[in-house]
Design a protein around this ligand. Structure first.
Ligand code: ADP
Length: 195
């Protein structure tokens, strides 16, 4: 088995479609018996990054924490999907260029579309001033200059974006060696592990 997994880092505005694409991608990979873990920005802020604010400093800390966990998992062969706005280019690049098998996926949806979707009602609150430092409204989003993959959700369906990502990974030979055959999994004796 290939030792290193992958880190598939989805960046983009709130409402761009990161979580939707990430969840569908996770399902597709699991169906094919890959080991997958999804690290979702909203969920991480409820636990690992509870208490962090949305200043640049805290957002960068959040990205580095998630990058650290993603690294731990991926070095054990897991495909880690990260769904996180991660608005600052420098810290994304820091991870990208210091991490093996890190792939940046830009979920590129214009702010007008994200705002029209307003899935969580956050844009309305940001426009009304109830939420400060909201990415794209009164906080910056620095788009990737050279992402490995771009998903344009105004032109692609969720399935098309997921297929595009999978084809790209297959084309780059990134998926081979990552599946643990079912037989081997059955032979794993977890009870002997001291956790
Ligand atoms: P994010 O995680 O980037 O904040 P979400 O995935 O939570 O965004 O929300 C994106 C919304 O946009 C969802 O309601 C999703 O159904 C919708 N949507 C419409 N078209 C697409 C598409 N082509 N790709 C992804 N999401 C889409």
């Amino acid at each position: 088995m290939k030792r290193n997994g992958l880190i598939l880092w989805l960046t983009g505005l709130s409402g761009a479609g990161k979580t939707t694409i990430a969840q569908r991608l996770e399902n597709k990979l699991q169906e094919q018996a890959y080991l997958v873990e999804l690290l979702d920005g909203d969920a991480i802020r409820q636990n690992l990054s509870q208490g962090l604010s949305f200043t640049k400093e805290d957002r960068d800390i959040n990205v580095r924490r998630i990058g650290y966990v993603a690294n731990l998992l991926s070095r054990n062969g897991v495909i880690v999907i990260v769904s996180l706005i991660s608005p600052y280019r420098a810290v994304r690049d820091e991870l990208r260029y210091s991490t093996k098998n890190f792939f940046e996926i830009y979920v590129n949806t214009p702010i007008e579309v994200c705002e029209a979707r307003d899935v969580k009602g956050l844009y309305a609150k940001a426009r009304n001033g109830y939420i400060k430092s909201f990415t794209g409204i009164d906080d910056p989003y620095e788009e990737p200059l050279n992402p490995h993959i771009t998903c344009d959700t105004t032109k692609e369906t969720v399935d098309e974006s997921v297929t595009k990502i999978l084809h790209w990974l297959e084309g780059m030979n990134q998926l081979s060696g990552l599946v643990i055959p079912i037989n081997s999994r059955e032979n794993l004796n977890f009870s002997s592990l001291k956790i």
